[in-house]
Design a protein around this ligand. Sequence first.
Ligand code: COA
Length: 334
Amino acid sequence: MFFSKITGVGHFVPDNVVTNHDLEKIMDTTDAWIQERTGIQERRFYRPHEKGSTAKMAYQASLIAMQRAGVTADDIDAIVFATLSSDYYFPGSGVLLQDMLNMGTKPAIDVRAQCSGFIYALSIADQFIRTGMYKRILVVGSETQNIALDLTTRGRAMGVLFGDGGGAAVLEQHSQAGRGILSTHLHSEGKHADILCIREPGTGNETIVYEGMHEQHDKINPFMDGQFVFKNAVKRMPEAVMEALAHNNLQLSDLDMLLPHQANLRISQMVQRLLNLPDEKIYNNIQKYGNTTAATLPILMSELWEQGRIKEGQLYALTAFGSGFTWASALIRW
Ligand code: COA
């Protein structure tokens, strides 16, 4: 029997810090509104924008993850790359990272599951390792979101929430049952696809890019019914954690740390309350980075790693919810 475990994690965020006060200067918002509703104090924007920034952040994060795992790109068999902000319309950013890492002809798989993307990617990588097809996979979440945001008063409801960043994990084969990735559970509910989306460019029209497209504000900018997303997020994330624990015959009291997707500090706090977890068993960093979508979970893990708070034998739950809707959980015995 084969199992998988994370042997190294890394992250990269751009140097450019954008505070709530910076946003006050370009839209009708306040630091108080943003902090009260979301907990966010600042985020990072990859600006001035560079071509290929999603893959570039993934590359930097991957180098750190591989160094911590004690491997090089030559040791990696495949990449699974989660993003909603790929550098090209096609191909996905996975192959761009594959080229940056000089990985010859090894495969790169792109995952589009938005905020749940990292857990979806982890699950896919875990299955490849369990079947014995691959021994070592780079699992990545990276996002450049600033250029897709409407950073005017018109787009303020979403513009203040998101940030840029990348994270990566090296997932390796091992044979010790009960250690590493214990399980992953994935869900989606496509009937809510239009609740949180950017509709264009897409193939929903006769041409991908058409005359007058840039005037279609509601289609080319992110759209979200924030309160509906909020209600579903606080229902689905605890559900997914409980599903993971039940599947492994474990209790909430067995959990050492919950890492929730960083959508909004209020969402994380409600999830914590619903699961009745003490403060020391949950880790949030949305205050510093905003919502970095597929990158939030590897960034959380990488920060914990740097703080020496990832400990052998401890039980970690990851959970995420986002556009699609998609939601997921992963249970890890480190
Ligand atoms: N600054 C100041 N005011 C703002 C604002 C901003 N950035 N964004 C919206 N507002 C205003 C609205 O225009 C509205 O004004 P009105 O009452 O005069 O119409 C008021 O604030 C309330 O807006 P509303 O959208 O009802 O706020 P909310 O309490 O639902 O909070 C979110 C908005 C987005 C913070 C909240 O719904 C949320 O976090 N949802 C989940 C988002 C999420 O996680 N998305 C990613 C999924 S992974």
